[in-house]
Design a protein around this ligand. Structure first.
Ligand code: A3P
Length: 332
C-alpha cells in the first residue's frame, strides 16, 4: 500500500458546504464514510456531501451535446485506464500515438477527461467548455437514473465500465485507506466489507449501478456500450476495436498495418502510465496524488485478502441481484 497523503481530496472534505446542502443532508440517510466521516444516500445512491453538491449542480446546469462521449464507471473499475484509451483513440488524428510529446505522456488521464461532478461542477464552479474540442470527452460515476436529463435525452454516447465486485472492493479498500480523513489507522477490511455488501460504498449499491447500465446497454446498444475490466484486460485489442466501432471511429486497414492499435494499448498500459513522471510525482487539483490511481492493475488480487465466507457472501448477493439479467462477472 502506498503512504497516505497528508490531506484527503478536496471533494471529500466536509467544510464549506452551502446552507442549502447542509439542510438537504439533514434529511438524508447517513452511514459511516470510507474516507470522510459520513456518506449520505441521495436519489438512491451513496456519496459524500461535496459530491452531492456537484451532482445537483451538474443535473441543473449541464447541457449535453449529441457529439459528447461520456465515460461512466463504478469507482475503482479502471476509470483512469479507460480515460486514457478513450483519449488516445478519439484524438489519434490530432495527436499521433507515435508522438514523443503526446498529452497522455505529460498529463494525467483525469485532467484530459475530467469528471463532471468531482471536478467541473464541484464547489459551485461554472465550467468553461469553450476550450473543449469536439467531441467532448467527459466522465462521471453517477447512476443512470441520476444523470443530467440532457444526457439521457440527447444522442450523447455513454461508455460504461465496471469490474468484478471482489477486485472492486479490494481496490476501493486500499484507495480509501490511502485517502482517509484522519489516516491514523486503516479501516478494517471486515467493517468495509459489511458496508460494501449492504450497498454502502461510494456511488453504491454497486450492483444497482451495474445492473441499471447493463439494462440500458441491452435496450439501447447505440447509446450505451457496456465494458468490463476483466474483458478489457484479457482481450485488449478486441475491446479497443469494439470501443472504436461503437464511437464510429474504426481503425482503418492502414492504421492497423502501421501498428496504431498496439501503440495505443502500449501507451495506455499500466506499466507505461504508472511509471511516467507525471503519474509518480504530481497531484490533481482536487488533492489526490496521481500515483494513487495506479496500484497493481491486475485481476484477482482479491485472492490475497478474501476468506471463503467473503467470496460466498458476494456470490450470493450477486446471484440474487443479477438473477434473470444474463449478466455475469469474470473473476480470473
Ligand atoms: P487495483 O487497485 O486493483 O490495482 P480507477 O481508475 O477506476 O480508480 O481504478 C483503479 C484501478 O485500475 C486500480 O486497480 C489501478 O491499479 C487500475 N489501473 C490503473 N491504470 C491501469 C491501466 N493502465 N491498466 C490496467 N489497470 C489500471
Amino acid at each position: 500500500m502506498t503512504t497516505p497523503q497528508t490531506s484527503p481530496p478536496k471533494y471529500l472534505q466536509e467544510d464549506s458546504l452551502s446552507e442549502e446542502c447542509k439542510e438537504l443532508l439533514s434529511t438524508l440517510p447517513k452511514e459511516k464514510g470510507w474516507i470522510g466521516s459520513y456518506i449520505y444516500k441521495y436519489q438512491g445512491f451513496w456519496t459524500s456531501p461535496r459530491l452531492i453538491q456537484g451532482v445537483i449542480a451538474c443535473q441543473q446546469q449541464f447541457q449535453a451535446q449529441d457529439t459528447d462521449i461520456i465515460l461512466v464507471t463504478t469507482p475503482k473499475s479502471g476509470t483512469t485506464w479507460l480515460k486514457s484509451l478513450l483519449f488516445a483513440l478519439v484524438n489519434r488524428t490530432k495527436h499521433s500515438v507515435f508522438e514523443q510529446n503526446h498529452p497522455l505522456l505529460v498529463k494525467n488521464p483525469h485532467i484530459l477527461v475530467p469528471f463532471l461532478e468531482h471536478t467541473l461542477y464541484v464547489d459551485g464552479r461554472v465550467p468553461d467548455f469553450s476550450s473543449f474540442a469536439s467531441p467532448r470527452l467527459l466522465a462521471t460515476h453517477v447512476p443512470f437514473a441520476s444523470l443530467p436529463k440532457s444526457i439521457q435525452d440527447s444522442e450523447t454516447k455513454l461508455v460504461y465500465l465496471c469490474r468484478n465486485p471482489r477486485d472492486t472492493f479490494i481496490s476501493m479498500w486500499h484507495f480509501s485507506n490511502n485517502l482517509r480523513l484522519d489516516h491514523k489507522d486503516t479501516n478494517s477490511i471486515e467493517e468495509m466489507f459489511d458496508l460494501f455488501c449492504k450497498g454502502v460504498s461510494i456511488y453504491g449499491p454497486f450492483w444497482d449501478h451495474v445492473l441499471d447500465y447493463w439494462k440500458q446497454s441491452v435496450e439501447n446498444p447505440n447509446k450505451v456500450l457496456f465494458l468490463m475490466y476483466e474483458e478489457m484486460k484479457e482481450n485488449q485489442k478486441i475491446q479497443l476495436k469494439r470501443l472504436a466501432e461503437f464511437l464510429k471511429c474504426q481503425f482503418s486497414i492502414e492504421e492497423e498495418k502501421c501498428g496504431v492499435v498496439d501503440e495505443i494499448l502500449k501507451m495506455c498500459s499500466f506499466e507505461n502510465l504508472s511509471n511516467l513522471e507525471v503519474n509518480t510525482n504530481e497531484k490533481l487539483s482536487t488533492g489526490e496524488g496521481n500515483k494513487t490511481f495506479f496500484r497493481k492493475g491486475e485481476i484477482g488480487d482479491w485472492k490475497n485478502y478474501f476468506t471463503v465466507e467473503m467470496s460466498e457472501k458476494l456470490n450470493r448477493i450477486t446471484e440474487e441481484k443479477f438473477h434473470g439479467s444474463g449478466l455475469k462477472f469474470l473473476y480470473t
